[in-house]
Ligand binder design. Structure first.
Ligand code: FAD
Length: 450
């Protein structure tokens, strides 16, 4: 029998694989999407969405705390942890239904509950060999598990298992010093756990210094031990709690739960025959082509940055190239954020010696009551002094992520601070960036004319 349509197999129904499948099916291709877990991948099931869910509650407690300090509220209500988890899972299921319906209605044939693997260009779904004209590997990433004795004990969680936890740990030890570790530390501290963060290096060491200062303010009541290695995890004498032994100033911690938040690694073991890097990341060119003809890869499986929008965009690039529409991935302007008491977001190009300007975030919706505690956030821009091109932006405050996303787009399209002369902002708002750009434009014009 001759197949009339081109058949494309996509391995993994996370953000990368799902969006690529929809793009291909919408263009009339026959697409089979293999997903052995839940649609939406880590983003919906273990990452962005559950972190949003818990952070929303944590921020509410934080805001109530500010009102309480000012005498507006008498107390902060306690959180019903198990109810919060139950409701969160219900909402995740609802979103999964929407994603499933959207994907199927685009014409994608989804096979759930089976694992796919590759041997070069040959695809297997479970043990069945499947004919495919092209393949996209979008198998994502897995939590990195450091080699520590006792790391597999019950009570030690990763982001993939944490959300099965039934009650709030009174004492939580988090291993890690990056964005993920900081976000979980903020959440559990706000919910009421006693949180210790143990990091091998400096916490949030790669973040802009102004944003890092704000982040550390949010983590003030978290006990942080940096430049410390964990030696082992075991049970304490009575076997009731975990004991973490370190080589740092505080050698022992007792905890009810330990969370490993040491980052992600590409999930590529099942992708045989493809050229890979040292961490197992599938090597791709900027068309998302792997070393095997007609096999493409996208998302976390090709290595960092491990971000949903990057995975989605790479999925689109892979799909378009399969469709014969030449397209390249541009990784120069990727906005990122850390969600703590507010959104701390940034996008900074690698250009050196840029001038920078920073101001506190304006008082506005969501920051008015933060004026007394000087926690209205921040706006910061990096500017190339001769032409005024914007080479970086940092924001902290409600809507900081949105502002930075759009600014990254303007940066990609070579906007300068002078273009902001025509910009009319919303008021009241917590956007400090547009005012800062106007101010920078005036200053540069004066400087360059003298
Ligand atoms: C705690 C946490 C917080 C995060 N927060 C953010 C954030 O705030 N913002 C952000 O942008 N990103 C965040 N991320 C990262 C984001 O979740 C990932 O970058 C994104 O999900 C990657 O999408 P993907 O499609 O490449 O892979 P994944 O989401 O990992 O999806 C891969 C899919 O493939 C399936 N699969 C794997 N192997 C097979 C196989 N052999 N056969 C069939 N199916 C298979 C898996 O079940 C999974 O559904 C976070 C991640 C974590 C863990």
């Amino acid at each position: 029998m001759v197949r009339e349509k081109t058949m494309i197999v996509v391995l993994g129904g996370g953000p990368g694989g799902r969006i690529a499948s929809i793009r291909l099916a919408s263009a009339g291709k026959e697409v089979r999407l293999i997903e052995h877990g839940g649609i939406g991948g880590q983003c919906l099931n273990f990452g962005c969405m559950p972190v949003c869910a818990l952070n929303d509650v944590a921020r509410t407690i934080h805001s109530v705390g500010i009102f309480q300090q000012l005498g507006l509220f008498d107390s902060t209500p306690p959180v019903n942890f198990s109810k919060m988890m139950e409701e969160m899972h219900a909402i995740q299921s609802k979103i999964a239904c929407v994603l499933d319906a959207e994907t199927k209605s685009a014409g994608v044939d989804i096979t759930y509950g089976k694992s796919g693997r590759l041997d070069g260009k040959t695809v297997f779904v479970a043990d069945e060999k499947v004919e495919a004209d092209a393949v996209i590997a979008a198998t994502g990433s897995l939590p990195y598990i450091p080699d520590i004795p006792g790391i597999d004990l019950p009570g030690v969680y990763t982001p993939h298992t944490l959300f099965q936890i039934k009650s709030m740990p009174e004492r939580l030890v988090i291993i890690g010093g990056g964005v993920m570790a900081a976000e979980f530390a903020y959440i559990f501290r706000a919910l009421g756990s006693e949180v210790s963060l143990i990091a091998r290096t400096t916490v949030l060491k790669n973040i802009d210094k102004h944003l890092r200062t704000l982040a550390m303010k949010d983590l003030l009541s978290v006990h942080i031990q940096e430049n410390t290695r964990i030696r082992s995890i075991g049970w304490n004498d009575r076997g009731k709690s975990l004991q973490i032994t370190t080589d740092g100033k505080i050698p022992h911690y007792d905890a009810d739960a330990v969370l490993i938040a040491t980052g992600l690694v590409p999930n590529s073991a099942m992708l045989g025959g493809l050229k890979k890097g040292p961490e197992g990341e599938v090597i791709v060119d900027d068309h998302m082509r792997t070393s095997v003809p007609s096999v493409y890869a996208c998302g976390d499986v090709v290595g960092p940055p491990y971000l949903t929008p990057v995975a989605r965009h790479q999925g689109i690039v892979a799909a378009d190239n399969i469709l014969g529409i030449p397209r390249k991935m541009d990784c120069r302007f990727i906005p990122q954020s850390i969600n703590l008491s507010q959104e701390l977001a940034f996008c900074i190009t690698e250009k050196k010696n840029m001038g920078s300007l920073a101001i506190p975030g304006p008082a506005g919706p969501g920051t008015f009551w933060s004026v007394p505690s000087n926690t209205t956030g921040l706006a910061k821009i990096f500017v190339e002094p001769e032409h005024g091109s914007i080479e970086g932006v940092c924001t902290a405050g409600p809507g900081g992520g949105l502002i930075t996303g759009y600014m990254a787009f303007l940066m990609q399209h070579h906007f300068s601070v002078h273009d902001f002369e025509e910009f009319i902002e919303i008021h009241p708002s917590t956007d400090g960036v547009s005012g800062l750009a106007k101010y920078a434009s005036e200053r540069l014009k004066k400087r360059n004319s003298s």
